[in-house]
Design a protein around this ligand. Structure first.
Ligand SMILES: Cc1cc2nc3c(=O)[nH]c(=O)nc-3n(C[C@H](O)[C@H](O)[C@H](O)COP(=O)(O)O)c2cc1C
Length: 191
């Protein structure tokens, strides 16, 4: 697919068909992550592709803890939009039926330059979202665990000693056709 078309048409997908993503396609997506730019070329990431039903079950159990802890934040932020609270909560607990999920971990810099690591890992995540969409695979970036101090649960279960949990990326063939969020205009200029 044309690169610009892929990035303009990608949407966060929160409902997936019950169809596995082939390992070959997962490898292509992971490779796209590894080819992201990184500050000082540190390539600080460590990626775990979870796709066995047993491990997905374990992942959902951890996400249920996240959902429970995240709920008060949702209530506060979206008290006028109960449907958003329900949808977000359901998605965290079920992961939308996603057959696979990539967990992103990153090693902190010794000199404390944590921003570099987060920025680099974020570039890897976006590369993977776009590579996935190029194969018709939807994804959703999940950063909620870090807002409720749950990163350690993912580290202990999936990548002990491999760095700090950054985010989860659900993956699967879409079972929804979400409309594009309106992009706010006037955020760039020429000089
Ligand atoms: C840093 C970051 C964290 C995010 N965390 C979550 C999350 O925890 N749960 C979720 O449902 N979506 C999450 N998202 C997805 C955003 O909600 C989504 O990208 C945004 O609403 C724009 O929609 P689009 O991706 O369809 O363009 C996250 C996105 C980013 C970049």
């Amino acid at each position: 697919m044309d690169a610009l078309k892929v990035l303009l048409e990608r949407r966060s997908i929160r409902k997936y068909r019950n169809v596995p993503v082939p390992d070959g396609v997962l490898e292509e997506i992971l490779t796209a992550g590894l080819y992201a730019p990184s500050g000082l070329n540190l390539q600080p990431w460590y990626l775990v592709a979870v796709r066995s039903p047993e491990k997905m079950l374990q992942l959902r159990a951890i996400m249920s803890v996240v959902a429970m802890r995240f709920n008060p934040l949702l209530q506060e932020r979206f008290h006028d939009h109960p449907e958003v609270i329900t949808e977000t909560n359901n998605f965290l607990v079920t992961l939308g039926g996603a057959p696979a999920c990539i967990l992103v971990f990153a090693h902190k810099r010794d000199d404390g330059d944590r921003d570099n690591v987060i920025e680099s890992a974020s570039a890897a995540i976006q590369n993977m979202q776009l590579a996935a969409w190029n194969r018709g695979i939807g994804s959703c970036w999940i950063g909620a665990p870090n807002h409720v101090d749950c990163g350690g649960l993912f580290e202990a279960a999936f990548a002990p000693g491999r760095g700090e949990f950054i985010a989860a990326l659900t993956l699967g063939y879409p079972d929804e056709d979400p409309k594009a969020h309106k992009r706010k205009g006037g955020r760039y200029t020429f000089a």
